[in-house]
Design a protein around this ligand. Sequence first.
Ligand SMILES: *Cc1c(COP(=O)(O)O)cnc(C)c1O
Length: 415
Amino acid sequence: MVNTLSAAQAVSQALLKLPSDQDTSGRTLGAEEIALVTEAIRSGTLTSTKGTFVKALEQKFADLLGVKYAYACTSGSAAVHTAIAAIDPEPGDEIITTSITDMGALTPILYQGAIPRFADVDPCTWNVTAETIAKCITERTKAIIVTHLFGNPCNMTEIMALANSRNIPVIEDTAQAFLARHGDQYVGAIGAIGCFSLQQGKHITTGEGGIVATNDDALARRLFLYINKAFGYGDPKPDHYFIALNYRMNELTGAVALAQLGKLEGVVERRWIAAVKLTEKLQDIPGIETPHIDSNNVHVYWKYCLRVDGSVIKDGAVGLAKKLKEEKGIFSAPRYIQKPAFQCEIFEKQRTFGNSRFPFTLAQPEAVDYSPALFPGTFEGLEKVLVLPWNEAYTDEHIDYIADAIKGAIAQLQA
Ligand SMILES: *Cc1c(COP(=O)(O)O)cnc(C)c1O
């Protein structure tokens, strides 16, 4: 009896369940969201064109970020699409982007008839840099999209200096980086347009949802119109001015987003504190590197990523992930998106509209040259990255558990 109990205790100690962003254990959804959704339903007005919740969300988000305009939409992908449509590329124009990002940041480029031109990344931060972007700038460059990957800001000082010198607008994909800072500015408020996602796994969530933000009056007008079928609400003689979709957020989502927004600063702070503690515990372990963060940046830890050296640790990130899962039930993601975005079929086979291959038919050969030799940082970065799930609900016990699991696994994996 005593033996059975201690065995059961050993098992429950061996496998601690970490809070997850896929369910209530790792989300901040609660009484505030329920109260506002109830209010929205009782109002009988579920469209944002007539309601108050989405408008309140937009105002509050703009104030928090410190920008003039914010508009809610249906997803992070819709936010990026709206941003590109606001910039309004000519068919065949090039938009510089990153080889490691969510597909929702890439397909909108093709939908607007532009050619994604992939910049390489810094293998230590997995972010694009002014140097990798500069190599991609041509006469045809219409915009640059940067992704602040995993919540760690790109070097916006250098990127904005480059972009401004060439008069190229920068779109910041801030889906993973709510309230991350570069210097004294929030990312998403530095470039021409910031794009945010409220998908289930982001810092705050409505299941699906997005927001675009800008300080520019003319871009703000086009962002608003694009979300609203380009209908000039409020104009003396409103019309549908150009091709655009209905990307409006509804009031139910707006109500949840408004409640979530009130919790964002706390979420970001708790994630940061937990990450700093893990980093302290993982110092000086041969074969792994904790996050590389520029002294000018505040990382907001959408995920906590390690760089794993396969010449020190057997089977590298893949080997470490396998051990973490088998021995401690910790699910991590070696290789993140597995392969560079440009190796997905959409780019390799140019699958777009019917059999047309448009807009790739307009591309310069260099823009669609995906030779691995052009992307050393991308391949090294993906080979070494181990993405650990991260959450604002992690306690000291969870952090100890993760740190011990990593140390234990590495001790067994000396190559
Ligand atoms: C999540 C995400 C998107 C897409 O957002 P959705 O809301 O899922 O459409 C775009 N870019 C990045 C970097 C993301 O993490």
